[in-house]
Ligand binder design. Structure first.
Ligand code: AMP
Length: 123
């Protein structure tokens, strides 16, 4: 394994979430296993706002073509959601036109409105 600085030089295009996974950027981690990490969103759009992120990088969720990989992502999102919330929304923004800002696939888990959730589908 090369030193961190050399690794950074070799990997100039690491995504923001890869940097979080590699502990180069601090975050509030609420779940982690070999394949996924879940963190609190830095700018929450709901009382509880988590991001479930696969460690295997794809830019957009529609790049995932393997049913097992897609299924494990959603099962992990549901597992994380249910650890924090009884009712919730799962949202994936796909492409800049779909509101995606970080091009490393992630599922938003939103909830905690306590009965008065906002209408519409915005995050
Ligand atoms: P999206 O617009 O679907 O790509 O969502 C990206 C999300 O990442 C947004 O809700 C941001 O608030 C969130 N975000 C950006 N930077 C960070 C960070 N350093 N830690 C946690 N969440 C972040």
């Amino acid at each position: 394994m090369p030193p961190a600085s050399l690794y950074s030089d070799l990997m100039p295009d690491k995504t923001l979430f890869e940097r979080i996974i590699d502990r180069e950027i601090p975050s509030q981690i609420v779940y982690e296993d070999d394949d996924y990490i879940a963190i609190r969103d830095i700018a929450p759009k709901a009382p509880v706002h988590l991001l479930v992120i696969p460690k295997h990088v794809s830019a957009r969720v529609d790049e995932i073509t393997d049913a097992g990989e897609m299924g494990r992502l959603w099962l992990t999102a549901v597992r994380v959601a249910r650890e924090h919330l009884s009712d919730y929304r799962l949202i994936v923004n796909v492409g800049s036109g779909g509101g995606q800002e970080v091009f490393h696939t992630h599922v938003h888990v939103l909830g905690g409105w306590e009965g008065a959730h906002p209408v519409g589908f915005g995050t």
